[in-house]
Design a protein around this ligand. Structure first.
Ligand code: C2E
Ligand code: CA
Ligand code: CA
Ligand code: CA
Length: 278
């Protein structure tokens, strides 16, 4: 038993060191990552039930020289802790809007761009200026930009949220609530905010069509959301059966691996070219 305990300890210790090392590497790396242009955006298509491209969601990746392609779940929490999410988030917004205009010039028609916002970005009124500036600089029509926020961001400071969302809305951008169903807000609470889209969380879609609870909840969310005039987007659609279920339940827009994974720019362009005859 003593032997085993020692082995466990050594294993644990080695693992801790690896984690601490990675964290240190990431923290200093995040600071330099922006200057060194190590961040990149992948874009995931969103399609209507009849197969038309509705838009793309920009998803951040970090191409780290030692760690390789790092998914956002592994560095965004740290970026939020350190406040670095602010300059990183500002970069995401600029980069994605410039990309939309580049696609326009290349003749690809991507109707709408969705950008994720972090709680830290949403705290500050500079967000309003950032959005205003990027639209002015790029010339992208405000109505083609959709900002995704989560329920918890609304709940943290409801009064501020109402005024900030109102101001963003006045610019003409679209607003959506991401990961709906994972927080504690009800649809009637959400109606206080000027939101356009509601994204049903992947955790509900996962169980479709066979899991009865998932099916009942998803149908109820879609039906109520539609009555309240939200456009419903389902995320994490991986199968034809899920897609059919959601379309039948009245969901307007579908997003997930069934249609496409998030793709780097060149690959998304190939995906678009294969779908739209010139
Ligand atoms: P999210 O906004 O809910 O984005 C959807 C996530 O689900 C993405 O993971 C996407 O790759 C993944 N996904 C899409 N379709 C499917 C599917 O059919 N099946 C499965 N299993 N997964 C699917 P990703 O790219 O790793 O992003 C994770 C989270 O990181 C995002 O969740 C978002 O909260 C955050 N994030 C990504 N980019 C940004 C950003 O630019 N800024 C901020 N603040 N957060 C970001
Ligand atoms: Ca999102
Ligand atoms: Ca989501
Ligand atoms: Ca999600």
């Amino acid at each position: 038993a003593k032997e085993a305990g020692k082995n466990t300890y050594q294993f644990f210790d080695a693992q801790m060191n690896a984690q601490t090392f990675e964290r240190l590497l990431m923290e200093s790396g995040l600071r330099q990552g922006l200057e060194r242009q190590e961040f990149e955006l992948h874009y995931q298509p969103q399609v209507s039930c009849d197969g038309r491209l509705e838009g793309v969601e920009a998803l951040l990746r970090w191409r780290h020289p030692q760690l390789g392609l790092v998914p956002p779940g592994r560095f965004i929490p740290l970026a939020e802790e350190t406040g670095l999410i602010k300059p990183i988030g500002a970069w995401v917004l600029r980069e994605a809007c410039h990309q939309m205009v580049a696609w326009d010039k290349l003749g690809f028609s991507v109707p709408r761009l969705a950008v994720n916002l972090s709680a830290r970005q949403f705290e500050q009124h500079t967000l309003l200026h950032e959005v205003n500036d990027v639209l002015a600089v790029t010339g992208l029509a405000a109505s083609r930009l959709e900002l995704e926020i989560t329920e918890s961001m609304l709940m943290q400071n409801p009064q501020e949220a109402v005024s900030l969302l109102g101001e963003l809305k006045a610019l003409g951008v679209k607003l959506s609530v991401d990961d709906f169903g994972t927080g504690y807000s009800s649809l009637s609470t959400l109606k206080r905010y000027p939101l356009d889209y509601l994204k049903v969380d992947r955790s509900f879609v996962e169980g479709l069509p066979d899991d009865e609870d998932s099916a009942a909840i998803t149908e109820a969310i879609i039906a109520m959301a539609r009555k309240l005039k939200f456009t419903v987007i389902a995320e994490g659609v991986e199968t034809a059966a899920q897609s059919a279920f959601l379309a039948n339940a009245g969901c307007a827009i579908l997003q997930g691996y069934y249609y496409s994974r998030p793709l780097p720019v060149a690959e998304l362009q190939r995906w678009l070219a294969a779908r739209q005859p010139a």
